[in-house]
Every structure is written in structure tokens, then in C-alpha cells.
Design a protein around this ligand. Structure first.
Ligand SMILES: C[S@@+](CC[C@H](N)C(=O)[O-])C[C@H]1O[C@@H](n2cnc3c(N)ncnc32)[C@H](O)[C@@H]1O
Length: 249
């Protein structure tokens, strides 16, 4: 191995990547059955948009992280049909609370039906454009963790709203001091770091609506996270890129 190597070659090709992922999932604390079943149901019944969901291994990692950090109140921006909200609901337990912001009434209805079916009572979905609803939230207690997983072009705006709504001394602040922001897809198939045509994913991304706009917004978001004086940040090259930040004040 070259001395210049700075990271382990865990994923030399797609086959090994799939094996590594399956092995990692089976070597981690198993998800409860209702989460595995719901993920599989969405995969099977909504092939057109099931890829919106976080993976089961990502769910395992988020549950581990939320519990290690002791998160009890979680806000999610972008809930789709409720898989990750169900994951957070499991992570925080019955005495915790999860709020999801979702644009689509149709998705929210499916999510609510699923929560009801599984007797999950600690999640609420607020339907509307999170670019507007986020700044109007007045939580009785601030959130411990905010998960950003809606449209990528909105990430800089969500970050601005979170920081503005969480000023020290303000009433009904959104995120508590020391609270975490977790943002999904911040590397967008590697294109955020390498947007050149040499990136094998370039062709794929070119056909996705607003692709360039997304990459620009994600670079702005990642830069703001890393450089903001009120945040300590970590961008991990796992899954589709996950950005973590801790609010310092
Ligand atoms: C990637 S999916 C979320 C997946 C979900 N977190 C999961 O892992 O199960 C993104 C969701 O954000 C929603 N969304 C996009 N723009 C939004 C906006 N401005 N306000 C609220 N929701 C939005 C979409 O309707 C979609 O359901």
C-alpha cells in the first residue's frame, strides 16, 4: 500500500461494497422487526421513490448515535413516508418525541398510517414547506438533534433558520446548546467533492433535476458548517456523506 494512502480501500468495487455493507449491518445491533419490515415494504411497493429512504445500516448508525448522545427530542426535515421518523421514534423511546416536516400530504398520510399501525404515538408530521414551517416552530423544549434530509437546495436555508432560531437566551429556541445537526447526502455520490466528468457518477447526476443547483447548495452548506463560529463540525464519507455539527452556544 502506498505511503500516500490516507484512507482504507474498503470499497474497491460494487460487489465488495455490497458485501462490506451487509457484513457491517449483520455485525451491528439488529433493528427491530417492524423497521426492517417497513423498509422492505416501501422498497417493494414504491420502486419509483423508495431510494429516498435511509438504508437499514444508516438507521442502525443513527439509533446508535442518538442513544449514545442521549437524544430525546428530534426534529426531522424531510420525512417521506416515515421510515427515518420511525427509526428516530425507536431511538428516543416512548418518553421521547419526534417531529417531522414533510412537504407532501400523500407521504405524510402513509407515514401516519404506519405509525398508527405500529402503535407509535411519539411522532408527529407537520405538512408544509419546511422552508417556511421551520422558522415558525416554537417548541416548548428545544430539540436535542435536528436531522436534515429534505431537498438539497434548501440545506443552506435550513442551517440559517436553525441557527437564527437557536440564539442563546431566546425563548422557544429550536436546538439546545450542545445539540446536534445531522445532514444526509452532503457528498451526493462524491460529486460535491469531485464534480468533474471523470467522476463515474457525473453522467448519472446530470440527468437528475436541479443536480447542479444541489451540488452548489451542498458545497455552501458544508462550508458554512465547517467554518461557523457557533458550530463544531465533522463531515464523514459514509453512506452518501453525512455532515455532523454540534451547536456550541
Ligand atoms: C430524501 S426524502 C426523506 C427520506 C426520509 N428522511 C427517510 O429516510 O425515510 C426527502 C423528503 O423531503 C421532502 N421535501 C422536499 N422539499 C421539502 C420542503 N421544502 N419542505 C418539506 N419537505 C420537503 C420530500 O417530499 C421528501 O419526502
Amino acid at each position: 500500500m502506498s505511503k500516500k494512502t490516507t484512507s482504507a480501500a474498503l470499497f474497491p468495487n460494487a460487489k465488495v461494497a455490497a458485501e462490506v455493507t451487509t457484513y457491517s449491518a449483520s455485525s451491528s445491533t439488529a433493528l427491530p422487526k417492524h423497521l426492517v419490515d417497513y423498509h422492505a415494504w416501501v422498497d417493494e411497493n414504491r420502486p419509483q421513490d423508495a431510494a429516498y429512504m435511509i438504508s437499514n445500516l444508516q438507521a442502525q448508525s443513527l439509533i446508535f448515535f442518538a442513544r449514545a448522545f442521549g437524544a430525546k427530542r428530534i426534529l426531522e426535515i424531510g420525512s417521506y413516508v416515515g421510515y427515518s421518523a420511525l427509526v428516530w421514534a425507536h431511538a428516543v423511546g416512548e418518553d421521547g418525541k419526534v417531529t417531522g416536516l414533510e412537504f407532501s400530504e400523500e407521504y405524510a398520510k402513509i407515514a401516519n398510517g404506519t405509525f398508527e399501525k405500529h402503535g407509535v404515538k411519539n411522532v408527529e408530521i407537520i405538512v408544509g414547506d419546511a422552508l417556511q414551517t421551520l422558522s415558525t416552530l416554537q417548541p416548548e423544549e428545544p430539540y436535542d438533534l435536528i436531522f436534515i434530509d429534505a431537498q438539497k437546495s434548501g440545506y443552506p436555508s435550513y442551517l440559517r433558520d436553525i441557527l437564527a432560531g437557536s440564539r442563546p437566551g431566546s425563548t422557544n429556541r429550536l436546538l439546545r446548546p450542545g445539540g446536534f445537526i445531522v445532514a444526509d447526502n452532503v457528498l451526493r455520490r462524491g460529486l460535491v467533492a469531485d464534480g468533474s466528468e471523470d467522476n463515474p457518477n457525473w453522467q448519472l447526476q446530470r440527468h437528475v433535476l436541479h443536480a447542479e443547483e444541489d451540488l452548489i447548495a451542498l458545497r455552501e452548506f458544508n462550508k458554512a458548517l465547517a467554518n461557523h463560529e457557533r458550530l463544531e463540525a465533522l463531515l464523514l464519507p459514509i453512506f452518501d456523506g453525512v455532515g455532523f455539527a454540534r451547536l456550541l452556544d
